[in-house]
Design a protein around this ligand. Structure first.
Ligand code: ADP
Length: 359
């Protein structure tokens, strides 16, 4: 491969393009920026490449300019990048151990005629490494929080159950509250750890025969207690014909507990939460519907993103991880999770799991 540090003025000017960048000053500016830029004419001819793009793709202007994209050697990074469909959203591509974000946009002449497509290439390798390092530290610290919490929870359990005679009856409500708060803290710790496991591909799904009816019943019963303390109403209906599944019961419990917990959390007093589970066309449908604050329409596409919390959730406690993890768990079971919501009226989350692996 040729050295990319050669002077490039020639090819940029010679390349017949109607872009303003064909002026020497624009060419110089384009070569000075830290983002890779490539321009492909509407007909598919590669008309411009700046120095950063040459360096990222290890391709020289002289060897690629003026060529049709289809004619570039298939296994080269430049072909890989230019054949990505990255118009709607940026795409991450791995090139020689580096992580490159590629984004393209169509360029038009003032008269509306399409001139071609501009590709921007950003090297995010260092950003990614730094992010991963920070996440590792958070995961380590979060993991360390579990040990002292588990000790505290053990003592609370012991005081609650095994030695009630030693504890004044008036203190029992305090113990119950301590127990509930500790469980919530543990669940939050697990969420942070699972978000990390998800990122590094370590979230585990251990399948076994799982009685979904009993599992849902348990989640709804817990919800009943929570609803009572919040002054809301929870009702549920679980169809008798829901078959046992090969699934990770513990993880699916987290999904339903999270959806029910959210529905209760985001529903003001005297609101209603309804859980229904049924079988339809070989799929199990579980929906959790509430009459709560709802989600603004513009937030719906991002609602399953890591750490995303809707503007309407201001003032409500949370990490913005529950839905991300729930979606990953449901998808690991071959299912989907959907949301419908109207701000100020309520939300409905529907989990659909294929019956496929039934036993
Ligand atoms: P958390 O509840 O910890 O904030 P989640 O990932 O479970 O995190 O939810 C992400 C966001 O989705 C919430 O912050 C909230 O904005 C929105 N959301 C989830 N469930 C509901 C619901 N039932 N009603 C209204 N908003 C909801």
């Amino acid at each position: 491969m040729e050295n990319s540090g050669l002077p490039h003025t020639g090819p940029y000017i010679e390349a017949p393009t109607s872009l303003p960048e064909s002026s020497p000053v624009a060419g110089m500016l384009m070569n000075g920026i830290g983002v890779g830029v490539i321009f492909v004419e509407a007909g598919g001819r590669l008309a411009f490449i700046n120095r950063k793009a040459e360096a990222i793709l290890q391709a020289t202007a002289g060897s690629v300019l003026g060529k049709m994209v289809d004619m570039l050697p298939l296994r080269t990074p430049i072909y890989k990048v230019l054949s990505e469909d990255c118009r709607e959203a940026p795409v991450e591509v791995s090139i020689n151990g580096a992580v490159i974000v590629v984004e393209s946009s169509a360029m038009y002449a003032p008269g509306g005629e399409m001139l071609g497509e501009m590709f921007e290439l950003r090297d995010v390798t260092e950003e990614k490494k730094e992010k991963r390092r920070r996440e590792e530290i958070v995961a380590m610290m979060t993991h360390d929080l579990k040990s002292p919490l588990t000790v505290l929870m053990g003592y609370v359990q012991a005081l609650k159950g095994e030695m009630p005679q030693k504890v004044d009856a008036s203190l029992q409500p305090c113990l119950r509250e301590m127990d509930r708060s500790a469980m919530k803290l543990l669940a939050m710790i697990e969420d942070v750890l699972d978000a990390y496991r998800l990122e590094v591909g370590l979230l585990q799904i251990n399948r076994a025969v799982c009685d979904l009816r009993t599992l849902l019943d348990g989640c709804c019963r817990d919800g009943l207690h929570e609803a009572a303390t919040r002054g809301s109403h929870l009702s549920y209906s679980i169809a008798d014909d829901i078959p046992p599944l090969m699934a990770d019961g513990k993880q699916l419990s987290r999904v339903f507990a999270n959806l029910i917990g959210n529905a209760l959390k985001f529903t003001p007093r005297r609101g209603t939460v309804t859980v229904t589970a049924s079988v339809r066309n070989g799929e199990i449908l579980v929906s959790v519907e509430d009459t709560g604050i709802g989600i603004p329409k513009e937030d719906l596409p991002r609602i399953f993103n890591k750490y995303f919390r809707s503007s309407s959730a201001t003032g409500f406690k949370g990490t913005g991880l529950g839905l991300t993890i729930s979606k990953a768990i449901v998808e690991a079971h071959g299912g989907t999770i959907e949301v419908e919501s109207v701000e100020g009226e309520g939300s409905r989350f529907t989990v659909i799991i294929p019956q496929g692996q039934k036993k």
